[in-house]
Unconditional design. Structure first.
Length: 341
């Protein structure tokens, strides 16, 4: 652990560039970004890391990451859950949240670059992905979480996953509208999904134990714009003490003494989206004790044991750090990712 605190500038460029360089050092020539060297890549975390690269001006590397996904996209518009050495690894299922997240990544790249050709280039990939997501909408408006390779559509849904999909649908709509492409079905799907998330709790966690103990189920509806205004801040405040450990960060689950850097950074962004940037900046200032000397961040910390766990420096954690730093500093137009749409 690095014990040196940040005094004034919470987002010094040199530190952030080192963090982006760490992600780039893990990225393969084919564009894939594994969790760490010699690890596997999954589509969602791959995109999170790519967005981190874009915030620090590594546009070619980010495009290379999205080109990898374009090459790996399945005929139905989806991606398998993991890849290794440029090939599918876990082909057991396709997860809807992973599929939808490509719209968030491409909209973010456009915000950062202000280059409309980015949207035109990647819209076919995004459009195919979102068609699959739309096809997975359930009775209440929820989006089913996965397609099992053997048993087909898994008819249950996750609050965190659907909240992320809600935001990704908004990004897809923004892309379509910018390109003057049809977006009516996307808008209809998104509205139904919001209804499910705000009015039909029975649509979620039907076939497994409730995920309410996970911090992402708590703050993702705020981060992704499902809840806005005073209701968003009230929602955050209601369970703050369950999840936030002063001077350390955000627990992954409320009943375990384990804080994770990525969840902490996403909470920082949720606070900013809800209008409490000052509190977000305070929380962000806690994470740098988990930074190593090359700019990577350890995934988590078990505080009773004063132990880093797991002993992994994940690229998606680094990506979340870079996104949160950009939201706080507003260095790029990508800071508007969760404020728009």
């Amino acid at each position: 652990m690095n014990q040196a605190p940040l005094k004034n500038d919470l987002t010094p460029s040199k530190m952030l560039d080192e963090t982006a360089a760490y992600i780039a050092s893990v990225q393969s020539l084919d564009g894939s970004i594994a969790w760490f060297i010699d690890g596997s890549a999954d589509p969602w975390d791959h995109i999170e890391a790519a967005m981190g690269l874009a915030t620090r001006g590594q546009i070619d590397a980010a495009k290379n990451a999205y080109n990898f996904l374009a090459e790996q996209q399945l005929a139905n518009g989806g991606w398998f859950v993991s890849y290794e050495q440029g090939k599918p690894k876990d082909t057991s299922r396709i997860e809807s949240n992973f599929v939808a997240y490509i719209a968030t990544g491409i909209w973010h790249l456009y915000l950062v670059t202000d280059d409309k050709t980015v949207l035109a280039t990647y819209w076919p990939m995004v459009s195919r992905a979102m068609q699959l997501v739309v096809s997975l909408q359930g009775t209440y408006g929820e989006i089913y979480w996965a397609i099992d390779s053997e048993t087909g559509v898994q008819e249950d849904a996750l609050v965190t996953g659907c909240s992320s999909i809600f935001h990704s649908l908004g990004c897809a709509i923004a892309i379509a509208d910018t390109l003057q492409a049809p977006s009516a079905m996307l808008k209809q799907t998104r509205q139904k999904l919001k209804t499910a998330l705000t009015a039909h709790p029975e649509a979620f966690d039907r076939t497994w134990d409730s995920k309410a103990r996970y911090s992402m189920d708590w703050f993702y509806p705020v981060l992704t714009g499902v809840l806005t205004g005073p209701a968003a801040l009230a929602h955050i405040d209601q369970r703050w003490d369950e999840f936030v450990v002063d001077q350390l960060g955000c627990r992954c689950v409320n009943d375990q003494p384990w804080v994770t850097v990525a969840e902490t950074c996403e909470l920082v962004m949720a606070l900013a989206v809800a209008g409490d940037t000052a509190r977000g900046a305070t929380v962000f200032s806690w994470i740098h004790q988990f930074r190593d000397d090359v700019g990577a961040y350890w995934t988590g910390y078990v505080f009773p044991d004063q132990a880093i766990w797991p002993e992994e420096r994940t690229t998606w954690t680094a990506g979340a750090v870079l996104l949160a730093a950009d939201v706080l500093s507003k260095r790029t137009a990508g800071h508007r990712l969760f404020l728009q749409p």
